[in-house]
Design a protein. Sequence first.
Length: 334
Amino acid sequence: MTTKTTAPPLQSGTSEPLRERMRELYRYMRLTRECDTAILRLYRQGKMVGGAYTGKGNEATAVGSAFALAADDYLLPMHRDLGAHLVKGQSLRNIFLQQLGRDESLTRGRDGTGHYADPATRIYGNVSHLAAMIPFGVGIALACRLRREAAVVMNYIGDGGSNVGDFHEGLNMAAVMKLPFILIIQNNQFAYSTPLSKQLAAKNFSDRAIGYGIPGFTVDGTDVMAVYETCVSAVERARGGGGPTLIECVTMRMHGHSASDDGSYVPPALLEEWEKKDPVETFEKRLLAEGMLTKNDIQELERRIHSEIDEAISYAEARPYPSGEQAAEGVFAP
């Protein structure tokens, strides 16, 4: 089996269902970008405790991939996959309750980032040890098989995390057992501060797929339609019993690893090059050019998004922090 390094060709057409899908993809990308902006603002205002991780530059990867899933599929996202959370049905209130560490959050105030499990939306993530999520995700896929549940598991990892042993052990198990598992590598050009040149000798991360006997694709991670089309094919294959797929989405982390990292190790010229490929702006220009959006549509969408985010933040800020006694519940045995 050979590793494929390009996405299937997009046949966009002009059908109404496709038009509405593309408008929805754009809405989620804009919502993701504005949520990340709000999270950074709250962090700088001192209203968040701990780290703040944003996904500017990764919106097309997060949104396009999760958009290929069904409601009963499982999502195991990473730090920069806020868009995937939103597509999978996570509410803005829950997101900001979590970010602000409130008692009503999914972790009851014990965590301020994306380390939560939400069975209602089938979102499980993220595990701070990164690649440790992969065997966990493969286990969910195996459970789906044993329960005769026609669900697919979509798991994400960064370029750096793909070099950890759990990546290889988990992916090999999924391949051998032909489990309904999709692993997406977010090639962000840097694993924290380590550039690709010091991580990988192969041409593409997807080249590793051939070692497991599974399909591998490298797609433009700034092109939401390329990501979506590739993931739709992978989901169909997994649901039909064809086993796992490895998908590398090539993009760029436009901020440091977290809000506390200035990213000064990234060459400015490289950031300038990727800025021209901004996934939200690029897709917006495409939709305008093809008559799927108007300037008035965009202004109305921005107004609605800002209103929804402001309401969610106000709601979360009005909720209490957990009590000291409550914070220890479920941590120590009586």
